[in-house]
Design a binder for this molecule. Sequence first.
Ligand code: SAM
Length: 363
Amino acid sequence: MPCPVPCILEEPGAAVPPFLPIPPSSQLPRMLRLKDGLKDGLGRAITYLRVSVTEQCNLACVYCKPRTGVPERSTPPAMSRNEVVRLVKVFTSLGIRKVRLTGGEPLLRRDLETIIAGISPEVEGRVHLTTNGLNLARRARGLRDAGLSGVNISLDAADRGTFEKLTRKDALGKVLAGMEAARAVGLKTKLNAVVLRGWNEDQIVPLARLAMRDGIHVRFIEFMPYLGNGWGRDQFMPATEILQTLHEGLGIKLEEDPALGLEEGPARIFRIPGSDGRVGVISTLSADFCDRCNRVRLTSRGEMKACLFGNQPVDLLEPLRNHASHEDLVHLIRTALTEKLDCHPMRKGDMPRLGQGMWQVGG
Ligand code: SAM
C-alpha cells in the first residue's frame, strides 16, 4: 500500500518505497467488541497500557540513546511503587486489559516484583515485561511468582561482537542466560530486534535460526526516529526487505499466521515450517497501524502520553500526590485521550518533534 501522504521515507521525486499491505482480517481487532470502556476522540478502544517504571538503563543502544550531545535530564525521579499501582488501577478501572512494564530498563527496579503483584490481579494476569534481559536470569522465577505472564527480550544480534557494537556492552551471554531462565520458569518469551542497515542486517538470519532452534518468536522492528538517535534513511530497512532477507537467507517459504488481535501487538507473524519458531515484522514506519491503535503510555514520571510520537504529556502524578479523586484522574485521562493523534507525524511527512528519548517515554 503506498504511503497515502508525503512520507519522510521518500526522497522528493523518488519511487515510493515498498509498503506492507495490511491484511484485511487484521482490521477487525477483537477489542472493538467492547461495548463500554476507554475510547479516544476518534472512537478507538484503548485497552493496552505501557508503563515505564524507570528512565535508567544499563545499556546504551545506538538506536535508543543519543549518539551525540543530547542532554539527559538529571536524576530522573520515578514514581514510587504505590504510585505506579494506584495510577495503573485508575486505567484498569476504565477498561485497560493488558499492561506492559518497560523503561529504561525495568529490571533495574528492585521493587518490580511488588509492582507486578499489585497490578496482575487487576488485568487477570495480563502483565508483560520488556527488558534487555541482562538481569533476568536471577529474577525470572520471582517475576513469574509475582504474577508476570510474559517477557519480551530485546536482542538485536546473535553474534557477540555485533551485540557489543549495538548496545555498547559485552553482555550477549547474560541476555541468553536470561532468555533460558525465563523459558525454564514458563514465562511466554519473545525476542525483539531493531534492524539498522549497516549495523545488524547480517543478524536477521542468525536470529531467525535462534528462533527455529529454540522454538521461540523473534520480531524484527523497523528503526524509528527518536530524540538524538541518529535516525537516517540510509539506516532504515523496511519490513518488506527484512522479510525478503529472511526468505532468501533461510531458503524456506514462510507461512503467515492469521492476524492477531492488537493486544498482541501490530506485528505480522510467520511460521517457519519444520520448527515451532516464528519470525515477525513490526513495520511502524512503512505500514500504518494508527487507525487501529489501542495504546496509551505512562512514563516513569507519571505523565500520560496518548501517542508515542506526539501529544503533550499530561501529568497525572502531581494530581495524585495532591489527593485528586478517582473521578478527577479519570477526567484527566479521558480528556487527554480526546486529543490522541489520528496518526503519528511521520505518516504526514514530518519528523516527530520530541522533547524526550525512547528510554524516557518507554519503548
Ligand atoms: N530496556 C528495555 C529493553 O531493552 O527492552 C525496555 C526499554 S526499550 C526502550 C523498549 C523497546 O524499544 C525495545 O524493544 C527496543 O528495541 C525498542 N526501541 C528503542 N529505540 C528504538 C528505535 N529507535 N526504533 C525501534 N525500536 C526501538
